[in-house]
Design a protein around this ligand. Structure first.
Ligand code: NAD
Ligand code: TYD
Length: 353
């Protein structure tokens, strides 16, 4: 769609996916004004955006999406024509220990954003778009076969996915009830630079570097469909500009891996990069207690996005993983910074390893 003024509010732009999205929009569209609203929780880090912080079309605002008065003031000040809503609590394990935090940010926060946006745009929706970034986890868990399509019924099973499913329902409710122009995309697991090292791949990269155990839940047989983060934000860019309001788009790389196989591939590549003897890092693999309610398999059918909007992933997984490992090895300071302080408390509580 064509945006009339191109003043875009990105929420959660200091997080993993948000920072890649913000960087892409700031660099690719110098004519757009990009405002990044982020609360800077444990997962938000302005270091992720160091390379663009001085750009004239980029502004950072620290704040909470639940603070409707503050968000209203931002709308009045900047007159946004588009919203890319990325802010969320995103870690399943944290949702198991503190589900309410997920209801607050993911449900109440999203409804607050929708309400303020609708109130500000209601007299003229033309050229406006509220884009909600969501996850494939809303569809629940697959057995060995089959894929999630845009028609798959929602069946969330963790507090995280339940909160994201709820936020998706509210986004659609605002479309049907108030005609707010919205788009939702549901993406599979992302990996890449700036991924917070609580999630499987960066956690294991960090632990391999430090010769610490690699905690694999259960038998490591759960399957995830991995997509390089830059391919995800490229898809968001295409959908934001060419997608149809009211529609949903699934994003995924047709790249399914059992957890144990990913970790073995990671160990193989890192032994070479770290100059370690073949098999050294693999000895760190440690099977630990399974995650409660652990979804067996996620797999996305992204045919609609490919056929209607012409997107396709650019990287093969082994190549993306190599790029990711190199980034972490070259950005040791970032890794050390984010794993100091509160991270240690979380890690000890979660794993006690
Ligand atoms: P993240 O946890 O790395 O980042 C979330 C960001 O939101 C952080 O910068 C945090 O400070 C900010 N934030 C949290 N609560 C906030 C609040 N109340 N107000 C303002 N800012 C707040 O998450 P991510 O992995 O980058 O995920 C971003 C979005 O993409 C989420 O909506 C997530 O559900 C979705 N998603 C993630 C994946 C994945 O694999 N990581 C896959 C599909 C979809
Ligand atoms: P994660 O990166 O937390 O993403 P999600 O739960 O959203 O898919 O986990 C990916 C997979 O890795 C998931 O099946 C859980 C598993 N896992 C482990 O085996 N050990 C760990 O320490 C973590 C964090 C995840």
């Amino acid at each position: 769609m064509t945006l009339s003024k191109k003043i875009i509010l990105i929420t959660g732009g200091a997080g993993f996916i948000g920072s890649h999205l913000t960087r892409l929009f700031v660099n690719k569209y110098p004519g757009y004004q990009i405002v990044n609203l982020d609360k800077l929780t444990y997962a938000g880090n302005l270091e992720n955006l160091k390379d663009i912080e001085g750009k004239p079309n980029y502004i950072f605002v620290k704040g909470d999406i639940e603070d409707m008065n503050m968000v209203k003031k931002l709308f009045t000040k900047y007159r946004f024509t588009g919203v890319l809503h990325c802010a969320a609590e995103s870690h399943v394990d944290r949702s198991i220990t503190d589900p309410l935090a997920f209801v607050k940010t993911n449900v109440l926060g999203t409804v607050s954003m929708l309400q303020v946006t609708k109130d500000y745009w209601k007299d003229n929706y033309k050229g406006k778009l509220f884009y909600h970034i969501s996850t494939d986890e809303v569809y629940g868990s697959l057995r060995e076969t089959g894929y999630f399509t845009e028609e798959t019924a929602y069946d969330p099973r963790s507090p995280y996915s339940a909160s994201k499913a709820s936020s998706d329902h509210f986004v659609r409710a605002f479309y049907h009830t108030y005609h707010l122009p919205v788009i939702i995309s549901n993406c599979s697991n992302n990996y890449g630079p700036f991924h917070f090292p609580e999630k499987l791949i960066p956690l294991c990269i960090h632990n391999i570097i430090n010769n610490k155990p690699l905690p694999i839940y259960g038998k490591g047989l759960n399957v995830r469909d991995w997509l390089f983060v830059e391919d995800h934000v490229r898809a968001i860019d295409i959908i934001f500009h060419k997608g149809k309001p009211g529609e949903t788009y699934n994003i995924g790389g047709h790249n399914e891996w059992k957890n144990i196989d990913i970790i073995k591939e990671l160990c193989r590549q890192m032994d070479i990069k770290l100059g370690r003897k073949k098999g050294t890092s693999g000895k760190l693999i440690t099977f630990v207690k399974d995650r409660a309610g652990h979804d067996l398999r996620y797999a996305i059918d992204a045919t609609k996005l490919k056929k209607k909007l012409g997107w396709k992933p650019s990287l093969q997984f082994e190549e993306g993983l190599a790029k990711t490992i190199d980034w972490y090895l070259n950005n040791n300071e970032w890794l050390n910074d984010v794993t100091s302080g509160a991270y240690k408390t979380y890690y000890d509580k979660q794993y006690g390893l």
